[in-house]
Design a protein around this ligand. Structure first.
Ligand SMILES: [Fe+2]
Length: 452
């Protein structure tokens, strides 16, 4: 997919114009000479409409104030009325089934076969768990997408929140109002609230989505780490302006996720008609291999918060609506320490997925394209093989998670699992609990501390 261009940086003020229309981006209030539009002296260069996309309240303090200006051939408002559309497995009904506090694990989610059924990104969305309410702008949804076909003359618009998309199998080419982004497995992208996008795929495609209502993702504070580390701002990329001036006589469909349901409307032109834009509210992508890992270099275990890529903060200090956390390849060097994750119970919900490789705490069973959910205060930790092996391991520096990328959506919400997650998807691993069944007691009351 050569030729795609990006700009680097996180949350900065960007500006971009399609090179086919130099000068499309208004600069200040200098007087333009519209020799070709003398009858419209107050319109933008090239006769474009100006449209603002607000990602924050108008009056948010500067660090949180998000908006972009789009200079487009026709404004978004020119469309036929929205009507209810089938939601498929997408839901915000967290009461479909009874609550289930068990450790849950899913085998890889199946991808539809194109010869049997063509499924695109919009129709291939399945909500697996979540909590909260889009109406009150507070909550999250976790979705799995499985598809095999590109969206044709159709785009998606999420009025409820931001999508953090984690491709697991198959690259996705995302056309947005801001330009195009190719996102491959081991990269992530964020399409923020209200940004229209269409997804092209190139075969069997699968991935995970973390949706947050009412907050945007931001880089975590670094505290004593200092000015560098974890995900660095310069490694985030946003697209450059690209437009098409395309009439679609048969109708272009805008899918709108609104208050947890889908709606569709028609218009007769492509919405990707933005010739130039500027602002600090954009879609963006990030390659996970650029994450600078911080880890223990002496003894004992750091909490997984050291692996946070992006966080969507709640209004409670230090408490996230959701964090996006990764477990990248790194060195393990801790002495006198059981190095894999510790056994624990957490006041947060932990949804995990595996992009590739083998997760160190569960070499078997937790597979790429599958998932697990450890709910609030539900105990979890290494399986019996991992415990026995690593309790006896000779502690020398060694590579951990080579060729692997596991991730976690960690949330302060107590998430409900959907009917799709528990029943319809048919990949729930009913035997998951057995991976801890053989943990045995090593307790020895005659143990004495050795003299060293
Ligand atoms: Fe955990």
């Amino acid at each position: 997919m050569a030729g795609l261009k990006y700009m680097s940086g996180f949350g900065n003020e960007f500006s971009s114009e399609d090179p086919r229309c130099p000068g499309a981006l208004p600069e200040g209030q200098v007087k333009h000479t519209h020799t070709h539009l003398p009858q419209l002296p107050q319109v933008c260069p090239y006769g474009l409409y100006a449209e603002q996309l607000s990602g924050s309240a108008f009056t948010c303090p500067r660090p949180a104030n998000k908006r972009s200006w789009l200079y487009r051939i026709l404004p978004s408002v020119k469309h036929k009325p929205f009507i209810a559309a089938p939601c498929g497995d997408l839901t915000e009904n967290w009461n479909e089934v009874e609550p289930d506090p068990n450790q849950l694990r899913w085998l890889p989610f199946s991808i539809p076969t194109p010869t049997k059924k063509k499924v695109d990104f919009a129709t291939g969305l399945h909500t697996i768990c979540g909590a909260g309410d889009a109406k009150s702008r507070n909550g999250i949804g976790v979705h799995i997408y499985t598809c095999n076909a590109s969206m044709v003359d159709m785009c998606f618009n999420n009025s409820d929140g931001d999508f953090l998309i984690v491709p697991q199998q198959g690259e996705i080419l995302i056309t947005t109002e801001f330009g195009k982004m190719l996102v491959e497995p081991n990269e992530i992208c964020v399409i923020q609230q209200g940004m229209r996008f269409s997804v092209d795929v190139f075969g069997a495609t699968r991935g995970y989505i973390l949706e947050v209502y009412g907050a945007h993702f931001e880089l975590p504070d670094l505290g004593p780490i200092g000015g560098n580390g974890l995900a660095n701002p310069r490694d985030f990329q946003c697209p450059v302006a690209w437009y098409e001036d395309r009439h679609v006589a048969a109708g272009y469909t805008i899918i709108n996720k609104y208050q947890g349901k889908l709606f569709a409307c028609q218009q007769d032109f492509s919405p990707f008609n933005v010739v130039a834009w500027h602002g600090n509210y954009t879609p963006y992508k990030y390659n996970l291999t650029n994450f600078m890992v911080i880890n223990c270099v002496a003894f004992d275990h750091a909490d997984p918060s050291i692996f946070t890529v992006l966080t969507a903060k709640s209004t409670r200090p230090g408490v996230a609506i959701a964090d996006f956390v990764i477990f990248p390849p790194r060195w393990g060097v801790a002495d006198r320490t059981f190095r894999p994750p510790y056994y624990h119970r957490n006041c947060m919900s932990e949804f995990m997925g595996l992009i590739k490789g083998h997760y160190e705490a569960k070499e078997e069973g937790f597979q790429p394209g599958g998932a697990s959910l450890h709910s609030i205060m539900t105990p979890h930790g290494p399986d019996v093989d991992c415990f026995e092996k690593n309790s006896r391991a000779e502690l020398k520096p060694e590579r951990v998670a080579e060729g692997t990328m596991a991730f976690m959506f960690e949330s302060s919400f107590s998430m409900a699992v959907t009917k799709w997650g528990l029943q319809t998807c048919q990949t729930l691993d009913k035997n998951y609990y057995q991976c801890w069944e053989d943990l045995c007691s090593h307790f020895d009351p005659s143990w004495k501390p050795s003299k060293q």
